[in-house]
Write a protein that binds this ligand. Structure first.
Ligand SMILES: C[S@@+](CC[C@H](N)C(=O)[O-])C[C@H]1O[C@@H](n2cnc3c(N)ncnc32)[C@H](O)[C@@H]1O
Length: 270
């Protein structure tokens, strides 16, 4: 193990009486690191918006395809995974280091249960390194400073923001966070993004009542966005084919997968 761990002390205390996103997400993708309250809220949301499990799995599958593409075909050796979630079957460092053992990965989350499980994320090949920063996405300067302890910010980095900007409720603030982090990495770096949408053409209208229920019963509060707002996060970057699409359809392994109401995109900093 060659991991580093940087506690910031800023995390809220572990609360097992309120459903937390990291644990409910873990429940939807079939994990075991969740409590009864997470299962109950997860079931209620899934009852209102049955596609949510497909969304969660499609998002993780997209993560795998995007990391494999970047490591195998674009030569990326550094990953900054913001809002990483609880460890699961194939985490970013495992996928990247299978292709390139010298890959360096920094994980970021602010949920105390993710911090508690960080050991699993901090395994690494001997040639590579993994780090963990306990930080809030609303504080990009702390994230950049912490990442610089493990990553060489003079070399390209894949900034992974999967299912995280939806927790930054003000769109202008979310755009500023993306700008700040992408400004800290050099040309040739990538932004990898997924984001839920309420766009009806992707079946996203059910996100509206489901997220209202979530915001009344769970934490942290969440929002969906329309295509134009999600596209704006990618401004100034060059989209990798096939562009901004339902994440299930981004360089899919199987032919014609169903669309899910969760956008996915990979874009490079020119
Ligand atoms: C929907 S999960 C996504 C997990 C993973 N990126 C994926 O796509 O499978 C969102 C993660 O973001 C984390 N998160 C939520 N708000 C955050 C914040 N303000 N700062 C840092 N992480 C946050 C949650 O704890 C959770 O682990």
């Amino acid at each position: 193990m060659s991991g580093t761990h940087t506690p910031s002390g800023g995390s809220p205390r572990l609360n097992t009486s309120v459903a937390h996103n990291a644990r409910v997400w873990n429940y939807w993708i079939g994990g075991k690191d969740n409590y009864e309250v997470d299962q109950r809220v997860g079931e209620q949301v899934a009852g209102m918006f049955p596609v949510i499990r497909d969304v969660a799995r499609a998002d993780r599958d997209f993560l795998g395809r995007a990391v494999r593409h970047l490591a195998a075909e674009r030569g990326i050796r550094q990953f900054l995974d913001v809002g990483t979630g609880l460890p699961t079957v194939d985490n970013t460092h495992e996928i990247a280091q299978r292709i390139a053992p010298d890959s360096r990965i920094v994980y970021v989350d602010n949920d105390p249960i993710v911090l508690a499980h960080a050991r699993t994320l901090l395994t690494s090949t001997p040639e590579g390194v993994t780090g963990y920063i306990d930080a809030d996405v609303h504080d990009p300067d702390t994230i950049v400073a912490g990442a610089a302890a493990t990553l060489d910010l003079g070399r390209p980095v894949a900034v992974m923001m999967l299912g995280i900007l939806n927790f930054v409720l003000e769109t202008d603030r979310a755009r500023e966070i993306v700008r700040r982090i992408m400004a800290a990495v050099p040309p040739g770096s990538y932004l990898v993004l997924t984001h839920p949408t309420y766009d009806a053409d992707l079946g996203g209208e059910g996100n509206v009542p489901a997220m209202e229920f979530w915001n009344a019963n769970a934490t942290p509060p969440i929002t969906a966005r329309g295509r134009a707002e999600v596209a704006a996060f990618l401004e100034g970057l060059d989209l990798v084919e096939p562009g901004l699409v339902p994440c299930s359809q981004w360089r899919a392994d199987a032919p014609s997968p169903a669309a899910v109401p969760q956008f996915g995109a990979v874009a490079v900093k020119p």
